[in-house]
Structures are given as C-alpha cells and as structure tokens.
Design a protein. Structure first.
Ligand code: BGC
Length: 569
C-alpha cells in the first residue's frame, strides 16, 4: 500500500464548494455575477465552513458555452471584473483560510482565441498544428467532413472553415475548436499557463474535459450505430486513450510536482475506476483525483424524453454499487472527490430528493455525501435546497447544449415533451441566480438577471434560512463542522468504509470505521421504511427529524429521514 494513503493532505480534509460565477452574486448591477460578488460573500462561505472553492471559468470569452470557450486564458472577462479583482479574490480568500482552484479548459479554446485565428489565417503558422485541421473528404464529388464522428453537443465533431479550406475538430460546440495535445509546443503553452496561475497563488485546478485530450489520430470512420444524420457517437475515439496518461504525467513532472496544489480531472467518457488510477493513483498517477459521472444520473433522467415524471425513480442500489466500485478500486490507492451535482447536471434535490420534502431530503443528501470516502464538493445553492427551474418558456433554456438538442429533436417531440425534458435534465437547472434573500431578483442583483431567477426564491433563500435554526442552511453548517472535527475527519479519511445491506432498494447505509466509527442510515424514498440496526449506538451525531423512532433494533424511517450515529464497531 502506498504511504501517501496514510498522509493527511490539506485537500483530503477540505470541504469544497462549486461556484458558477455568472450566477453567484452580481456586485455592479449588470445582471451577471462577478468576482467582486464572490469577494462580498467570502464571509458567508467561511461561516458555512467550506474552505476550497472551485470557480467555473471567468476568463475572456465570447460566451458561446458560458466561459468554457476561452479566448484569453490570462485575462478575466470584463463581465466578471478584471485581473486585479482576481488577485484580490485570492488574497481575501486566503486571509479567511479558503483555497481557490480555477477551472482550466485544456481540451479546446474559443474560435476567437488568437491561436485559432492564426491557425486559420496562416497555412505556414506553427499554430495550425495546435488544432486538429483536416482536408475535406469527397464522396461522389460532394464535400464531406473527414469522418462520421459525433460530439457531445448533438453535432458532427467537424466544422468547415472556408479560409483554410479545412475542417477542424470540436467535440463540443463549433465555436470551441479542440486543441492538439500531440503537439509538444501546444503542451508547453498549457504548462506555462498553469505555472502562471500557480505563481499567482491559486491552489490548483479543476481540469475540464480531461478525458478527451488524446484522440484517435487515424481519424477513421467509427463503426458504431449511426444516428439519423449518419453520425456515430463513439466516445472511444476521443476519450481516455493511452496517450492521455502520458500527457498528464508530463504535466505533473513539468508543473504540478513543483507546487503544493490540488488537481482534479473531469473524466467522463466511460472511464473505469481501475483505468482512472493511471491518472490519480498515489503510485504512478499524475493528478490528485478525478471527478467521475457514475453517481450523477441514477434516476433515469438522462435519456428520459419520453418518460413520465413518475417513471423517474432513484436507483438506490445502483448508486451504492457505483460508489462502492470506485471505493474498492481507490481504497489505499487513490483519493476521490464526492459530489451530487455541478453546473452540468440538474439540481440534486430534484433528482434524488424531493421538492415536497425539501428540508428533509436536502439535509439527508448532504449527510450521506459528507461522510463517505473522499473530498466533498457542495454545489452553490444546494445548502439552501435550491431545485430545478420552473421555466415555462422554451427560450429560457438558452444554453448551447440545450439549443443544439432542440434543433436536433424539434420535429420528433412536441413542445410540452421537450419542455418537460429540459426542466428535468438541462444544465440551466443548476445555473440560476443564487437565492440570497426574498427581495426582488432574490437579492442576487438589482436588475433583471441574465439568467431568470427560480420562482421559488420567496420560500428558498439564504436570509430567511439564516434566521431559522432548523433550516437546511443551519443543518449544513452543523454537518460540515462535524465533518471537519479532527477525529471525525480521520475516521472518514483513513477508516475502512463499507455499505451495510447494499441490496436494500430504499436505504443507503454505510459504516466508516476508525477512532470514531460512524454509521449512516438514509432513506431515499418519500415513503416510510424500516431498517435494522446491528451496531451498538453510542450517540446520534446528526438527524434530520425531531423525535428518534426505534423499536427493537429497527429504526422506523420517515420520508428522507437520516441518522448519523457514532457506533461501537
Ligand atoms: C464542462 C462543461 C463544458 C464542457 C466543455 C465540461 O465538461 O463542465 O460545462 O460545456 O466541458 O468545456
């Protein structure tokens, strides 16, 4: 077993919090959240107990994908403030013991990035090698893209550029050309940028779309089933390919190893836990941990366009087995991040919790997350129980992935069906303004926010919950403070973790051994259920209902009821 397993690094102890900057707090009255807005809420975050912020991109961008299309990595986009604001944010956060990681977009740039402009304009520029630009294919005299690959945003991975008479590859939107990681000069550019930010004082990176940096450079057609447009969605052509692990090892040797930083790679693309150790394993890995997607959509919402709401049911067993699979692979070998949702997923309260049982289910979800194996990341607004949008106008779903999805599917389904689907799956569900108070615009801004506020802000907001001892917010504070206690943290970080009755369809129950052994019991249903307790309970540490109901070794759980006990193991 690698000795790093026994080391308590700062990032294993940290409580993460994810900020989507355009939606967090508007300080200058333009309807868009900004860096000064975040600075103004640092005391709130400190009081909540979080100490590691992952801030989604705020760099110069034409905003085709809300900042994930970067046109200048070294400049804060004016809508978020300026570089001095960012320096101040780092300073003010550090004064409060809060660390900051930025979202580093390595898979693509904006098509307005000077590298891409030069690549298009100048056939002799070395920048052309920074991208994946290929000549058209001709079939029966018709010009076609180089191959049949389909990307993540419902389109071909190829767009034609007239200037160069070449197609360029993009697995996301056509305004986000993929960069070519097989080119050493391109890699050096990113290493220099990483050093620039670490020298500035950032504490690490969330590495966006990391899984996709290496591609099948044969660019041959995929043979997986084609969609009605003749496109093949074959992630294997651009996900988790062998060269990815070499690139990241080089990145570590050249940059990460020289700083006390945390690096968390986003690895969708069907990576297995075993494969992920090549990235995050203590022994030969190159980064601190990886975000996988395996616990994100376990209520069947992902492909649910034709499903009725009643058909969406949390698959509690699958949730547990997916988590367990990752834990079994990582125990002693790698550390993990834990999260329920982020800016790409619907709100967890609407997925695995319940709007009807908002308070109970929000409290249950955070209790379940905080004491598993890993560094927890809370998505902004979950601490007050924010939920999916109530939009009734399809135009409110103004996001590139939603727009492309609608373009692809508008003739297949009626408007009501599409609206229902987006209300349950769209990324915009999690990108609405933070609900600070019951004032107009939820206290987020003084003018109409660029993204519509969720109509429930009158009942769901920070200010009201600060005054209510029994609120979700106050429960979060209590639970986070408990997770941060030295001996509890040790049990969570070093203790043996195991699920109890993993086959139970309704309840998540786990034990975390250690100097203060913990037992979690959480009902994931909106109906009552009973669960046997085979451990000797020492005391209740957290509970989301008033009275505790036991009967002869069985706990009677009400909807979304949960307990965290200290037990004798
Ligand atoms: C980010 C998304 C973004 C995509 C392209 C992701 O995985 O989390 O929000 O659209 O990368 O940058």
């Amino acid at each position: 077993m690698d000795k790093q397993h026994t080391v308590m690094t700062w990032w294993k102890k940290a409580i993460g919090y994810i900020i989507y900057p355009s939606a967090f707090k508007d300080s200058n009255g333009d309807g868009i959240g900004d860096l000064q807005g975040i600075i103004s809420k640092l005391d709130y975050l400190k009081d909540l107990g979080v100490d590691l912020l992952w801030i989604c991109p705020f760099f110069k961008s034409p905003m085709d994908d809300n900042g994930y299309d970067v046109s200048d990595y070294q400049k804060v986009d004016p809508r978020f403030g300026d570089n001095d604001d960012f320096d101040l944010l780092i300073k003010e956060a550090h004064v409060r013991g809060i660390r900051i990681i930025i979202d580093f977009v390595l898979n693509h740039t904006s098509d307005e990035h000077p590298w891409f402009i030069e690549a298009k304009n100048n056939p002799n520029s070395p920048k052309r090698e920074y991208y994946l630009m290929l000549p058209p294919k001709y079939v029966d005299g018709n010009m076609m893209p180089p191959n049949n690959w389909k990307g993540f945003f419902s389109t071909s991975t190829w767009s034609y550029d007239e200037q160069s008479n070449l197609y360029y590859m993009h697995i996301f939107s056509k305004k986000m050309p993929d960069v070519n990681w097989s080119n050493p000069d391109l890699r050096n550019e990113y290493y220099a940028l990483a050093r620039y930010y670490l020298d500035k004082g950032v504490d690490g990176f969330r590495l966006d779309a990391l899984a996709h940096l290496a591609r099948d450079l044969s660019f041959s057609d995929s043979r997986v089933a084609l969609d009605e447009n003749g496109l093949a969605f074959d992630m294997n052509r651009y996900s988790n390919r062998p060269e990815l692990f070499d690139y990241m090892r080089e990145f570590k040797d050249r940059v990460f190893a020289h700083y006390d930083c945390v690096t968390i790679g986003e690895v969708g693309g069907g990576i297995s836990p075993e494969q992920s150790l090549k990235l995050s394993g203590y022994e030969n890995g190159s980064i601190s941990m990886v975000f996988n997607f395996d616990t994100a959509w376990e209520n069947g919402a992902y492909d649910s366009v034709t499903k009725k709401d009643e058909e969406l049911v949390t698959n509690v067993v699958k949730l547990k087995t997916n988590f367990d699979r990752w834990y079994q692979a990582c125990d002693g070998k790698a550390w993990m991040p834990l999260y329920w949702d982020n800016h790409d997923h619907p709100r967890v309260l609407s997925q695995y919790g319940s709007v009807k049982y908002r308070k109970e289910s929000a409290k249950m979800l955070i209790t379940t997350l905080l004491f598993m194996y890993g560094t927890p990341f809370i998505y902004y607004g979950d601490e007050i129980g924010m939920s999916n949008v109530d939009y009734t106008d399809i135009d409110d779903f103004n996001d590139v992935s939603a727009r492309n999805y609608l373009a692809e599917n508008k003739d297949k389904y009626d408007l009501a069906t599409l609206l229902r689907f987006l209300r349950r799956t769209s990324r915009l569900n999690a990108r609405t303004p933070m609900q600070w108070s019951n004032e107009k615009y939820a206290g987020f801004s003084t003018v109409t926010p660029s993204q519509k506020v969720n109509g429930n802000y009158l009942e769901v907001n920070v200010e009201d919950q600060q005054k209510d001892e029994d609120s979700i917010l106050n429960y979060y504070k209590k639970a986070i403070a408990l997770r941060k206690q030295e001996d509890i943290a040790k049990s969570v970080i070093f203790g043996k973790f195991s699920f109890v009755d993993i086959a139970n369809n309704d309840v998540i129950c786990y034990v975390h051994e250690g100097s203060r052994p913990l037992l979690l019991i959480a009902n994931f249903r909106d109906h009552e259920t009973r669960f046997p307790i085979k451990f000797k309970i020492k005391r209740t540490l957290l509970h989301n209902y008033g009275e505790e109901l036991f009967e002869k070794g069985v706990v009677a759980l009400r909807p979304f009821e949960c307990y965290l006990f200290e037990v004798d193991c």
